[in-house]
Every structure is written in C-alpha cells, then in structure tokens.
Design a protein around this ligand. Structure first.
Ligand code: ACO
Length: 442
C-alpha cells in the first residue's frame, strides 16, 4: 500500500526529504527543515490570500465546492433550511449537536434573556451621524460591548464563553435594528421576547405605534431561512479574521468587531448590497449586454457572481432563489428579479463566465428578497452579520480550545531595500526618489 508521505528532492543540495501527509495536507512547518546549509533560513510556502493553505482543523462546516455541497456539523444545508429554525441551527453550530426539546427551550430562553442592551449602548448609537452606515455602527457597537462585559477576557472559562455567545447572538439583532432606526430618526423599539428570533427582529425594525407588532409569517420564515443559510461557511474571510483576532486572546467582542469589519467589504458580505445597486443601475433587460461587456473587459465585476470555493453552483443561491417566490406572494414581485434572472441566463451561457466557473453566489438573490421585504439596502450586510455571529462564535471557540493554535503570525518574503543609511532631511535632494512619488503605496 502506498505510504501517506511526500518525498521532496531539493535540487539545490540533492537531499531528499520525506514529509508525512495527514488529512490530505503536509505541514508547512515540516518544510523548514529543508535548507541549503545549516544556519540558512528553511524553506517556506508562499500563499498570498491563503488560497491553498489550511490554517486549522475544524468540525463546524463542510464545503465541497466542486459538487456544491454545504453541511453544518454534517447536516446538509438543504435539510436544515427546510426543517430547522435559525435558533436551532445556531445551537447546532455552536454546540455541535441538534438540541433535545429541553435543551432547545433552555437555549431559546438563554438567548432571549440577552436581547436587551445596556441603556448606554443606545446613547453610543445616538452619537453617530444620522447618515452613518449601519454596518459601521454594528462594527463599532460590537466592539464597544467589550467595555460593558470586561469578564469576557476570561476566554479559557467555559461559562464565560457560553455567556458571551448567548449575549452576542441575542444582542446583534437589537444593535442592528437600533442602527436602522437611528438612520431613520425613529425611536428605538425594545425586544419583544414573545416573538421568534426573526419575528422580534422585524418588530424592532418596523414597529410603529401599534401596541403589538405581528410579523407576516411568510416573511418571518423567509428571513429565518436566510439566516440559516448565512450562519456559517467554514474559513471565509470574516471567520478567518475572527480566528486571527481571537488568536491574540482578544475578547470575543473585539474579535466579532474585527470579523464584522471583514464582512463589510464588497468582496465579502457587502456584495448583496452591491448586487442590488448594480441591478438598479442596469434598470432594464436591454442594458444587460453592456454590463456583461464591462465585466468581461475587466472594468467591473458582476456582483453576486463567483466564489473562491464553489465552482459549479452555490447551494445557498439555489435555495434563496426558491424563497424569493414565496416572499413575492406577500410583497408583490420585485421587478429586479427579472433583470437578475436574465443576467444569470446570459452570464451562464457566456464563455468568459463559463470558463472561469463564475456562478451566482449567496448574495445574488438575497438582496432582492430583502428589498422586497422593505429592508433597506444598507442593512443587507448587517443581516448577514446577525446570522454569521453563530458561526463566528463556533469558529472562535474551536480555535481557543485547539492546542495546536497559537497567535497567528504568518511569514513574509521580504522584497524591499537592502540595508541603507539615514540621510538628514536637509541633505536630501529635492525631486529625488521619484519612484516614491509615482509608485508609492499611499
Ligand atoms: N465578475 C467578473 N469577473 C470575475 C468575477 C465577477 N464577479 N469574479 C471573478 N472574476 C474573474 C476575475 O477577473 C478573474 O479573471 P482572470 O482570470 O481573467 O484574471 C477570474 O474570474 C478569477 O477571479 P479571482 O478574483 O481570482 O477569484 P477569487 O476566488 O479570488 O474571488 C470573489 C472570489 C472575491 C468572490 C470574486 O469572484 C468576486 O469579486 N465576486 C464579486 C463579489 C461577490 O459577489 N462577492 C461575494 C462572495 S460570497 C460571500 O462572500 C458571501
């Protein structure tokens, strides 16, 4: 039987090395023994953007990008979307197993106990300008929570980790809704714990003068499914940030603020916002070819298309497309869906997109549903962050308890100047070093 090793011959020295292969990987640190001479630096692997580097072992979610498979803790995303609820899925992600009835009731109770925020958080949010982006408010407020719960720094304490997890999952919808109400100059609505997780969120967003807000069950369910689909996605940019910040043993609030900041980027969780802007900009089907031409010419990206891992289809996009029609039954059809469907049809036939294996991702249809539900575009990445908090906390706890993990500190390949010596300011030639002016990074 073939042994699970990799034999490497270093042609600089003629030496051979045998490296063990485990879980389909070699350890990058095993490469460090490969050196030209004693005292010389050992070989490193160079992997910008960590495209082919596993940085952890994880049991949370599994993706097979070729076959379009996503599972949380082994359960197919399609089954969870059809049969589970967001809070149950959050339990599964955080704790590793589906709950029994009594555990689920306790979990629900524990999350609801933490939906309120300290009154000073309201004032903190009040301090933002009226037009502050809600994602900026969410990032800052998540970080600010760390000052309210200083005991969160006890990251090795199980009970502390549990409490911060419940707090974060419980408070994210409240902070998100307050951020929205702030932008509209509307009074903040306190949580209604008689409602479901998503029903309460809709209440905090949209309740006006009525005594009791009653969410439409179809929209409440659609949002719940969307939250399930966004709850975790293995080592994406924001979860990697969560692990990286957390690896310094910063508290989970600081780490979630970092993860949310990563999610805010248009190449990650803000893509859903960009998709809707793009579809509005297209405006009518006859303008699609112009956009496709721009994308193919490298002038812009087709937002909501492409994924680092999924190369055939994103299973979440397929599920979301189905929910869109349930939502439209209640809200009326969002006219953007026709543009989106036609854009997808044309792109999927085009050699440029086919050869690069660019398919609609989770963000392509989610924004259209959110918009139909009356959720403002700026809130789309915020909705993503609420759901992803479950995944961030699970990934963070896994990192904290993993004996192999240390503070993240990658290597670099230094390609800058060799040693040079300081020239006093008055002796530097004016107009010198033109490359700095022309090519400098900042
Ligand atoms: N539109 C047009 N061309 C694209 C797109 C796109 N959306 N995405 C990738 N390409 C092209 C690139 O220009 C590149 O072409 P080239 O080989 O001729 O240079 C090729 O496809 C590969 O692109 P990369 O940037 O190398 O792919 P990568 O895996 O690094 O990027 C990403 C993945 C960031 C998702 C990218 O596809 C993208 O920017 N998509 C649009 C933004 C988006 O929808 N992001 C949401 C992702 S899902 C999520 O985060 C929840």
């Amino acid at each position: 039987m073939a042994s699970s090793t990799l034999t490497i011959t270093d042609n600089r020295t003629g030496k051979r090395y045998e490296l063990p292969i485990e879980h389909g990987a070699i350890r990058a640190s095993d490469l460090s023994q490969i050196r030209v001479a004693p005292g010389e630096p050992g070989l490193v692997s160079y992997d910008p953007a960590l495209i082919n580097t596993a940085t952890c072992k994880s049991k949370v979610s599994f993706i097979d990008g070729e076959r379009g498979i996503l599972r949380y803790r082994g359960y197919p995303i399609e089954e969870l979307a059809e049969k589970s609820s967001f809070l149950e899925t959050a339990y599964l992600i955080v704790k590793g197993e589906l709950p029994t009835t009594s555990h689920f009731l306790m979990w629900q109770h524990n999350i609801k106990m933490h939906t309120l925020v300290h009154e000073n958080i309201k004032q903190f949010i009040q301090g933002f300008r009226y037009d502050a982006h809600p994602m900026g408010i969410l990032i800052a407020t998540a970080g600010a929570l760390s000052t309210f719960y200083p005991e969160a720094k006890n990251i090795m304490d199980l009970e502390s980790r549990r409490v911060q997890t419940r707090r974060l999952i419980g408070k994210m919808p409240t902070i998100a809704a307050f951020a929205y109400r702030h932008s509209r100059g509307l009074p903040y609505i306190y949580p209604d714990n008689d409602l479901s997780y998503t029903g309460n969120f809709l209440s905090m967003m949209f309740k006006m003068t009525e005594l009791k807000y009653r969410p439409d069950p179809v929209l409440e369910h659609a949002l719940d499914v969307l939250f399930i689909l966004h709850a975790d996605h293995e080592q994406n940019c924001s979860s990697t940030t969560m692990r990286t910040v957390g690896s310094a043993h910063s508290d989970p609030y600081a780490s979630v603020a970092g993860a949310a900041a990563a999610l805010a980027g248009p190449r990650h969780g803000s893509a859903n916002e960009e998709v809707v802007h793009m579809l509005h900009e297209i405006g009518s089907i006859d303008r699609i070819p112009g956009l496709i031409k721009q994308a193919k010419g490298g002038e812009r990206r087709l937002m909501g298309f492409g994924h680092r891992v999924y190369k055939n289809y994103d299973p979440r996009a397929q599920l979301i497309k189905k929910i869109a029609y349930d939502v439209f039954e209640v809200t009326g059809k969002n006219p953007l869906i026709e543009i989106a469907l036609e854009l997808e049809r044309i792109a999927l036939q085009d050699e440029y997109f086919v050869s690069r294996r660019l398919y609609p991702n989770v963000d392509f249809y989610s924004g259209i549903i959110y918009e139909a539900m009356g959720l403002p575009v700026a809130m789309f990445p915020v909705l993503f962050a609420i759901a992803r908090t479950a995944g961030w906390m699970a990934q963070w706890a896994e990192m904290v308890l993993d004996d192999e993990q240390k503070i993240v500190r990658p290597k670099q390949l230094y390609v800058g100047h060799d040693e040079r010596h300081y020239v006093p300011l008055d002796q530097r030639r004016e107009g010198g070093a033109p490359e700095v002016e022309v090519h400098g990074p900042l």
